[in-house]
Design a protein around this ligand. Structure first.
Ligand SMILES: Nc1ncnc2c1ncn2[C@@H]1O[C@H](COP(=O)(O)OP(=O)(O)OP(=O)(O)O)[C@@H](O)[C@H]1O
Length: 604
């Protein structure tokens, strides 16, 4: 049994979905009857809708249920084209997808601009509006009586019979799921997951949060439009009731039950929900209860839905069959891999002030961090170190003062633009998205380098392949340098704290930043990890980068820093070389005194 499993695992990953699609295409040969083929058709149509929800909700984290309205847009576009005499199914699918995309963009812009729960509310009202919009255009849509009189579908002049419609639905679903997969495994799919984890992280990597959210939401609309066009041509009749809350909740239940952060989970979820729809036709009033139960089972009991259960089963079988990464002991950094030269930029902060209400967090702080040097920023808790980093990164707006990098002002630039200008950072609490590997986390740092659009990702164009090759090659180099190469394929979020901190350094480093801001990168690390970190930070400095180190570990600061700036109560208390700072009486009293006092309290 395990040998069979090991043999199956040697097949390429696309072999299983392709075999499943071939099986579905072959179903009519077995004469399974009308009900079974109708069930497959409706399940695949629903799976298209659900896959859109997986992109926008599961991968991009946008809480919205507007897919039902986009489904309606695709269906009515196809229906009206058909009643106007345009019967080509290809035309209907393209037009349906575009109509849904337009609805997605038009409703996504205000919903996302307003932020917070607005998108959820906008999409909720969008679904409520479907019958009214259909009524307003009654002449074309048939209003609440439904749209009838559609002509049978054709393809390039050939009239499609019911059996051909079945094949068309399977082919459209198979092509869409291949596209979906290509997007999800590309850097765009990783970007969606970064955004879902934290908009702050996304903008610190140079991603425009608004544009990435809108893209995820709008792309999620397209398969719903395809589904609508297929449904219209399957039934040749449309009623506004099809697109109401029953569908919206059913699609949500299918997404959660199948596993919203998965590609093929949409098919499992849709299959189960469609089976429920068919079985419960006599007790239709109970179907919402079933959907509620599915949501609970998928969201609470299974955690990750059916796809999550299958992933775990695969992992267990792999372990039993001895497949996958062997446990490799932690590795030291690879000194044979040379750090590429980095062109650092001088960071200059002049008379910078920032208050939070009555709390003056920074007052007239000026400092310079030079390329090829490590500038440490130390000071007691609450002295304003992180506030300074957040001002440099554009997460906070200064009250007064200047911030320049390589002579260019960044004081008013947005955080994603500042990141694209070459300022990279790590966070006090590492921000690592769940569900992606160590290698993918590092690659996410290159999202704004070497642009490769969605279309090239979908089509796997030569340009996309070159960019991917560079991403992989650079990630391998950086993982070697940071001693994480043996963990490249492990799930990043499961790493211990020390490795997650190093992973953040690796993600920042892959961008070859002009300025690297390290926010308490050594906190919580053991001695070995601190040594490794120190060696990596020295290499980054020697490569030419401007390094700013915010750190409480005074010994590490003394060992690493070229210059030290001491902050206290929002102002600069002292500045100088490590020897000067160590000998400074005010620093001893106001900062080191505090540290020693704290140490005494901890040890007593
Ligand atoms: N977003 C915020 N809203 C209100 N007050 C804030 C905010 N961020 C920081 N502060 C306040 O600004 C002051 C400086 O905080 P900051 O986090 O910059 O200090 P720090 O030197 O980084 O401290 P630590 O070493 O504990 O991280 C503190 O009084 C803090 O409460």
């Amino acid at each position: 049994m395990l040998t069979v499993w090991a043999g199956l695992r040697k097949l390429p990953s696309w072999a299983f979905p392709v075999a499943f699609a071939a099986l579905l295409l072959a179903v009519p040969l077995f004469d399974v009857g009308y009900e079974a083929t109708r069930y497959i058709e409706l399940s695949l149509i629903l799976a298209l809708v659900v896959s859109g929800l997986n992109i926008s909700l599961g991968y991009s984290g946008q809480l919205a249920i507007g897919q039902a309205a986009m489904y309606a847009a695709g269906a009515y576009t196809a229906g009206m084209l058909s009643t106007a005499g345009h019967t080509d199914l290809g035309l209907h699918i393209v037009a349906g997808g575009l109509a849904a995309l337009v609805v997605g963009i038009v409703t996504g812009i205000p919903g996302l601009r307003l932020g917070s729960w607005s998108l959820a509310m906008t999409s909720f009202f969008l679904v409520l509006l479907v019958p009214d919009v259909v009524d307003i255009f009654e002449e074309k849509t048939g209003g609440h009586l439904g749209l009838s009189g559609m002509l049978g579908p054709t393809l390039f002049g050939y009239v499609l019979k019911p059996a051909d419609m079945y094949l068309a639905i399977v082919v459209v679903a198979a092509v869409w799921f291949a596209v979906f997969r290509n997007v999800v495994v590309s850097r765009h799919g990783i970007a969606f997951q970064v955004l879902k984890q934290s908009p702050v992280l996304a903008s610190s990597l140079g991603m425009s949060v608004y544009r990435t959210k809108l893209t995820g939401y709008a792309i999620g609309a397209v398969p719903a439009g395809f589904a609508g066009a297929l449904l219209a041509n399957l039934d040749l009749y449309l009623s506004p009731e099809i697109f109401g809350f029953h569908l919206a909740t059913g699609a949500l239940a299918a997404s959660i039950l199948g596993g919203s952060v998965s590609i093929y989970g949409a098919i499992f979820g849709a299959g189960i929900v469609q089976f429920n729809n068919d079985q419960s036709s006599e007790f239709a009033q109970y179907s919402l209860i079933f959907f509620g139960a599915f949501l609970l089972i998928g969201g609470v009991l299974l955690r990750g839905g059916v796809a999550g259960v299958m992933r775990n089963a695969v992992r267990r079988l792999d372990r039993a069959a001895g497949i996958g990464a062997a446990v490799v002991p932690a590795q030291a950094t690879d000194s044979a891999t040379a750090m590429r030269p980095i062109s650092g930029g001088m960071l200059e902060v002049g008379k910078l002030s920032k208050a939070f209400g009555g709390n003056q967090a920074l007052r007239d702080v000026s400092l310079r961090a030079e390329p090829g040097k490590i500038t440490a920023l130390i000071g007691p808790n609450g002295s304003g170190k992180t506030t300074l980093l957040n001002l440099v990164c554009g997460f906070y707006r200064r009250d007064s003062g200047s911030i320049t990098v390589a002579g260019a002002s960044i004081a008013t630039a947005s955080s994603d633009r500042i990141a694209r200008l070459g300022i990279a950072r790590t966070f006090q609490t590492p921000l690592i998205p769940p569900g992606i590997t160590v290698r993918e986390v590092v690659i996410s740092g290159r999202y704004t380098a070497d642009r490769a659009g969605f279309l090239s990702a979908v089509l796997r164009s030569p340009h996309f392949r070159r960019v991917r090759e560079r991403d992989l090659q650079r990630a391998t180099e950086i993982l070697r340098l940071t001693g994480l190469i043996h963990l490249a394929d492990s799930e990043a979020v499961a790493l211990p704290l020390g490795m997650r901190r190093m992973l953040e350094v690796a993600r920042a480093l892959i961008r070859e930043p002009k300025v690297l801001l390290l926010d308490e990168a050594a906190s919580g690390l053991d001695e070995n990890e601190v040594r490794t970190l120190a060696s990596v930070v020295r290499q980054i400095r020697d490569a030419g980068c401007t390094v700013v180190l915010v750190e409480h570990n005074f010994d590490l600061v003394l060992a690493l820093a070229d210059r030290i700036v001491v902050l206290a109560r929002g102002g600069v208390l002292a500045e100088g070389t490590p020897a000067e700072i160590e000998a400074n009486v005010r620093v001893r009293d106001e900062y080191l005194g505090v540290v020693e006092e704290k140490d005494r309290q901890v040890s007593s």
